[in-house]
Design a protein around this ligand. Sequence first.
Ligand code: ADP
Ligand code: MG
Length: 723
Amino acid sequence: MTHPTSVDPDLEVDPRPPLTMPDFEAMNVEVLSGVGRAKARALASVEVESVLDLLTYYPRRYIDRTNQAAISDLEDGVEAMVMARVDSVFSKKLPGSRSMVNVAVSDQTGRLRLVFFNQPWRDRQLSPGQEVVVFGKLDRYRGQHQMTNPIVDLVGDETGRIVPVYPQSGKAGLQTREIRRWVDEALRRSAQRGISDPVPEYLRRHHNLIGRHEAIDGIHRPESMDAQYTARDRLVFDELLRLQLKLIMRKRAVERAAFGVCHDTSGKLVERFTSSLGFPLTGAQHRVIGEVVADMARPVPMHRLLQGDVGTGKTVVAVAAMLTAVQGGHQGALMAPTEVLATQHYLGVRSLLDDLAVPAFDSLLTERPLRVALLTNQTPGAERARLQESLALGETDIVIGTHALIQEGVDFDSLGMVVVDEQHRFGVEQRAALRAKGSQAASPDVLVMTATPIPRTAAMTVYGDLDVSTLDEMPPGRTPIATRWARTAAEEAEVWEQVRVEVGHGRQAYVVCPLIEESDTIEARSVTETYERLQSHELAGLKIGLLHGQLTPAEKESVMALFRSGAIDVLVATTVIEVGVDVPNATVMVIVDADRFGIAQLHQLRGRVGRGDQESTCCLLAADAVGIAAERLRALVETTDGFELAEADLELRGEGTILGERQKGRNDLQLASLRRDKDWVVGARRAAGEMLDDDPDLQQHSELRAEVELLLGDDDADYLMKS
Ligand code: ADP
Ligand code: MG
């Protein structure tokens, strides 16, 4: 493609259509006059190869020069920005491989000293004569004014009032002002043809969005900070709209293509089950079972995520789903990530299903007992062979197990319902493998359970291709778990005393440690060491058990069995007990080095207590937690609501970790933030859904469709869909 090197926007209108994203993608950055081989290589190292990549390489922040101060105006202790010239640079080694770089800068009003500790590269970055923008707080050292470790941007002689600062990679040899120049050139050369806007006018009006050309211009060359915000809004909406179009299109395509089992939901088995429970369902359980059963009756395979905080009663929902399959003559399978959890689910489900009988299809009007089995790698050979045969013949109704379920040789007569517990522990392939155990003709329905709730708008983005059911109500009569954070030795001593008191009342306790072995880099206390110390000191005389990941499954199970039976008072464990372990008599959870855990994990661990009718406590031991770690612990102390904590987590960590679980590879979300842009997520999802209702394949919006395909490759989407 050839372009005039400069275009006067007042010339007559170019007859060619406006430039689209695919047009920009087709132009290599080398078409820009300042970009030669070397710079192209440097840009490629930050993943900028096409002009499209460059135009979507957004400024990291902006220097608002209307807020600029003169050196003589700076006040002690107040943050400020000054633009100045470098006069001298002087670097000095300090004892212990530390270093200090001293830089003198000045403007028309005065001089200022900048001091950088342990940033030896400043010596290379800065040289006399350079124009720099310095952000920092003025302080005083031996009576002299200085800024210590300020932020410094090399700006050159910029004239604009708002100067964009690009993420620049020193390693790549790119400077923010070069990038600015290239972006400028690209925009100048696009001015005549213009940049196409594929988002329908009605949507732009409804959401008060500026045009795309104006937005791309405004994000790179804003006239004011406000202009940059409106530009950002528009581009955020575009990113989220593309993502939602992709997710919803894929979801609907799968629904059209696949055949599911049409479950007969008219039987009475689920009702009989729920009325045998000895407690009424919560409103949320009732609603969610309704959602699941309605899905199961449909001819398309269900693909549903069940999220609910620890203790909201997900198991009851899972069992209801499996029984819905069973009453129609199919089978159900529940897969858990570990031996301990599978066994526990098995025991729990068995006790829930006590005495439940199912219609016997071979002899009318009779009933037979429901058959539930456990299959793990510990299942002995002969028993395993028997079980496999009975599964293949359809004699076993419900099987619960580990990934042993997806091994060769495990075949079902008619697998109708697959429940996967704690989805993030399984790879996508493992989930697909279990689903593939269904018959050729019809895919089983899939319900994925997770106890790590994520905020609603994040779920729309991360799980936008799944239906989501949420248990947002605790069964009544739970005594809330009190959480305390012990910071001092005296407070820690109180914690161990409390453990003794509880054990004295016949209760049990967990002590959780973050790591099994001492490592060089991390000084976490090893669980074995803690175990030995507690046994000889703080908890001497109590019966203490030890559970960690290096025990064999049989050893683990036997420790768990002892704890369940009450033969052990205190279980010292690593996070192997993180999920699902259910011992209602345990009333104290002590978490050692709690600052080393994430919010979700701490919340999971805490959920191991408070499962009976006794008041329970969670004690967080963390003597020197500061910053974000301290914020996390404070959040845990303040609330036990998993959704509130998920919001707090999102605030503290950003969305990277949430997205990271599912969205790897090329990610179109450059600007959009699940934290800041919640309303845009909701708006984009609604817009995408409505657009696809009228135009399922985006035939009427082919440019938008091309963009979705360009920016959200099929690999990414396949990855999204498989889970
Ligand atoms: P989750 O898996 O969501 O953490 P569980 O399914 O393990 O929760 O249920 C936790 C406990 O609550 C179990 O002992 C279960 O029998 C009980 N339970 C479930 N639903 C109710 C309810 N509606 N009312 C009272 N107790 C319930
Ligand atoms: Mg559970």
